[in-house]
Design a protein around this ligand. Structure first.
Ligand code: PGA
Length: 257
């Protein structure tokens, strides 16, 4: 089965934003994205306090909004956590799960990330499952083993139909926020490995969108997105400036042509 020809570019604002500056950023992104072809999809994952603002400013635009994490629980005595169903109340489409900052700073295990993915799907969200290796793991030749374990812990909990609807983001930890991007061929090699793993889960699962993340900028996006198994990007720092983020979306469109 041939793969869908679509690209997806999602901003990950992390813990950035203030109500006034968000308004300008969201409005500019919505306006710029309206000029893109419809096979270039755009999303922004904002801090939860700004979901209502995102919903107000992005409803009716082509830009979808999302959260950066969800609880593994549906509800209850879990102080500080946000349930996937709560995000749904604000019209959310995407939920990042297993970002390396959560795996590292909040000790999220592959199993917990799997449970969060399952919750997000059950609530009707599209999970963006992040996987990635540290520099030490790469240098010791463990990249495939590490990201394979991370992906397996998610896939084993999902039906084939559920797995076909996820997005996977390969984000080498050494490339996040460091200005060091993986070489396009280096990223492609890992994406091809991830694609094979998805294929093992089922023919339809192999069509899942595979994003690259880690210091994607307007000047390197095009070459990355031109790789056969790179279906777009998860963008941190550069998603905070509308001009840069839209230039990256434009690079996704160019890569499709
Ligand atoms: P970066 O972050 O683009 O700032 O490297 C990417 C991410 O962490 O999702």
């Amino acid at each position: 089965m041939s793969r869908q020809r679509a690209k997806l570019v999602v901003g990950n604002w992390k813990m950035h934003g203030r109500i006034d500056e968000n308004a300008a950023l969201l409005t500019e992104v919505a306006a710029g994205a309206s000029a893109l072809q419809k096979d270039v999809r755009v999303g922004v994952c904002v801090p939860c306090p700004y979901l209502a603002q995102s919903q107000a400013l992005l409803s009716g635009s082509v830009v979808k909004w999302g959260v950066q994490d969800v609880s593994a629980h549906a509800g209850g005595a879990y102080t500080g956590e946000v349930a996937a169903e709560m995000a749904v109340d604000f019209g959310v489409t995407y939920a990042i799960v297993g970002h390396s900052e959560r795996r590292a700073y909040h000790r999220e295990s592959p199993e917990l990330v799997g449970a969060k993915t399952q919750r997000a799907i059950e609530a009707g969200l599209v999970p963006i499952v992040c996987v990635g290796e540290t520099l030490e793991e790469r240098e010791s030749g463990a990249t495939e083993q590490v990201i394979g374990t991370q992906l397996d812990a998610v896939l084993m909990l999902l039906t084939e139909e559920q797995a076909a609807g996820i997005v996977v983001a390969y984000e080498p930890v050494w490339a996040i926020g460091t200005g060091k991007t993986a070489q396009p061929e280096q990223a492609q090699a890992v994406h091809a490995f991830l694609r094979r793993k998805l294929q093992e889960k089922g023919a339809t699962v192999a069509n899942a969108l595979l994003l690259y993340g880690g210091s994607v900028k307007p000047d390197n996006a095009r070459e990355l997105f031109a790789q056969g198994d790179i279906d777009g990007g998860l963008i941190g720092g550069a998603s905070l400036k509308s001009k840069d983020f839209l230039a990256i979306c434009q690079a996704a469109q160019t890569a499709l042509q």
